[in-house]
Design a protein around this ligand. Structure first.
Ligand code: PEP
Length: 254
């Protein structure tokens, strides 16, 4: 959509040490002429261990950084977890919440995800709420119902003013890391469904402002067709975000 600034985000998952992260970002910045483009927003979500170094490289470039997950509590006895305040302290602007790997490998529930969404808003972090159906759910024709339930539960108690700043990532589980992308038409259909749901819940004015990213095997050779769809406002990129050459090309979608 023309009124929404596209958001291209890298989800590095459990990849890259500090020197690897720094080297990749220096290469990426070289390819972008040292600065983020002005007509699209770029976000890097490294592992927690690289956030401080990533901040040092990206500060002043116009590229944003954020986290792949967080815990909803303010602080406390949660061994191994990271709070919202720890992320804002490192200059994070965004946090991915409810990624399918968190849902399906680590068993995160929609209720837990909802707590994280509220914690993100409370700390001024923009939540990127990830939703998406499994292959058997799509085959059974349940994909819209599954995504609707994830939205309804994940966004419970969220106000229209908060929703205005929200990012949704539609990531069909069968397309993540598989090399199998949703067709631009299937992705657009789901994005339109999501925006319609947001309009019914928060009003059309809010729905028109929400960034809805597509994720699932976005590559240099399919990003242009995906981004040409009217309700696809960005991409959440895993594998192809690990290399400067492919991620720079994705950022430079036509
Ligand atoms: C992701 O993890 O959010 C993702 C979309 O991964 P990939 O691009 O590797 O499919």
């Amino acid at each position: 959509g023309l009124m929404r600034t596209p958001l291209i985000a890298a989800n590095w998952k459990m990849h890259k040490t500090v020197p690897e992260a720094v080297a990749m970002l220096r290469d990426l910045l070289d390819r972008l002429g040292g600065q983020a483009p002005t007509d699209r927003r770029v976000l890097i979500c490294p592992p927690f261990t690289a956030l401080s170094a990533v901040r040092d490289v990206l500060d002043g470039t116009g590229i944003f950084w954020g986290a792949q997950n967080m815990h909803p509590a303010e602080e406390g006895a949660f061994t191994g977890e990271i709070s919202a305040r720890m992320l804002t302290d490192l200059g994070c602007s965004y946090v991915i919440i409810g990624h399918s790997e968190r849902r399906h490998i680590f068993g995160e529930s929609d209720a837990f995800i909802n707590q994280k969404v509220h914690a993100a808003f409370a700390h001024g972090l923009t939540p990127i709420l990830a939703v998406g159906e499994k292959i058997e759910q799509r085959r059974a024709g349940e994909h819209e119902a599954v995504v609707e339930a994830q939205l309804a539960q994940g966004l419970e108690g969220v106000s229209a003013e908060q929703a205005r700043t929200l990012v949704i990532a539609y990531e069909p589980v069968w397309a993540i890391g598989t090399g199998e992308t949703a067709t631009p038409e299937d992705a657009q259909a789901m994005h339109a469904f999501i925006r319609g749901w947001l309009a019914a819940r928060f009003g059309d004015d809010v729905a028109q402002q929400v960034i809805i990213q597509y994720g699932g095997s976005v590559k240099p050779n399919n990003v242009d067709a995906l981004m040409a769809q009217p309700d696809i406002d960005g991409a959440l990129v895993g594998g192809a975000s690990l290399h400067a050459e492919s991620f720079a090309r994705i950022i430079q979608f036509q």
